[in-house]
Design a protein around this ligand. Sequence first.
Ligand SMILES: NC(=O)c1ccc[n+]([C@@H]2O[C@H](COP(=O)([O-])OP(=O)(O)OC[C@H]3O[C@@H](n4cnc5c(N)ncnc54)[C@H](OP(=O)(O)O)[C@@H]3O)[C@@H](O)[C@H]2O)c1
Length: 274
Amino acid sequence: MPGYEYGDYEENVAIPYRRVLVTGATGLLGRAVYKEFQNNAWHALGCGYRRAQPRFLRCNLTDEDAVRAVIQDFQPHVIVHCAAERRPDVVEQHTEAALNLNVHASGTLAKEAGAAVLRVPILYGEVERVDESAVTVLWDKVQEGAESCSVEHCQQRFPTYVNDVARVCRQMAERRLQDPSIRGIFHYSGKEQMTKYEMACVIADAFNLPSSHLIPMTEQPAGAGAQRPQNARLECSRLELLGLGVEPIPFKTAVRDSLWPFLYDKRWRQTVFH
Ligand SMILES: NC(=O)c1ccc[n+]([C@@H]2O[C@H](COP(=O)([O-])OP(=O)(O)OC[C@H]3O[C@@H](n4cnc5c(N)ncnc54)[C@H](OP(=O)(O)O)[C@@H]3O)[C@@H](O)[C@H]2O)c1
């Protein structure tokens, strides 16, 4: 079969010849990236840390020797590095730990592989818990129903679906195998501009829930943690010019796909316990 070779350890099981190592495969983005490569004729090895077992390889990326051993063993054609401390407030409070993972571990991997960096804005997708993403966490506010509830309405955001980002990563990887000039910094972003208040209203609409209890908060409260940009728009033309852009799935559709298990979960609990 073209594009496949047979592994010698599992008889009759086709192993794709292209190997990708996905770090952060237990996280929000890494889960989508791992699935995208696996479903498209790549042999994917996922690593995680605290949540790695039983599905993924456990590897502390701040341990350089461990990282080198994984790379030597697996010999990936491509590494998609999704592991990071992504929460700005935690980065400010635990700067050294964040530097070790976000800067030093990334440096080790980049030295092994040579890097293309894909910058993205606020992400959402299928979550294990709604507070895993700053978008899906709005579900709690939407659910509050009758209780009025203020939601931030100052900062312009571009919510970006991890499945779209995962497709971009795969396309970049496949192009990079043919064209080593695919390196440096790229941007990818959803196209719909909205504040968190507007996102919450779309989430309510997607599930036919009321949004009249949501109050737009037009001033930033004092002491609101690490500073965030007023407008997180990214300039994405480099990716588009190379034909590597992906048309984003509309926010309302993708956020419904991401959150529906929580709707049924709640109804199920209400049925069983009340
Ligand atoms: N989420 C967003 O809104 C957003 C926005 C812009 C950019 N990004 C960027 O997108 C990338 C992915 O973010 P995400 O939202 O998917 O993050 P996430 O859900 O918080 O996942 C972080 C991942 O890093 C792993 N990890 C943490 N410490 C590690 C260590 N010492 N060794 C190995 N792995 C470790 C975690 O593994 P365990 O859980 O198994 O410990 C987890 O898989 C990051 O570069 C982030 O900065 C995210």
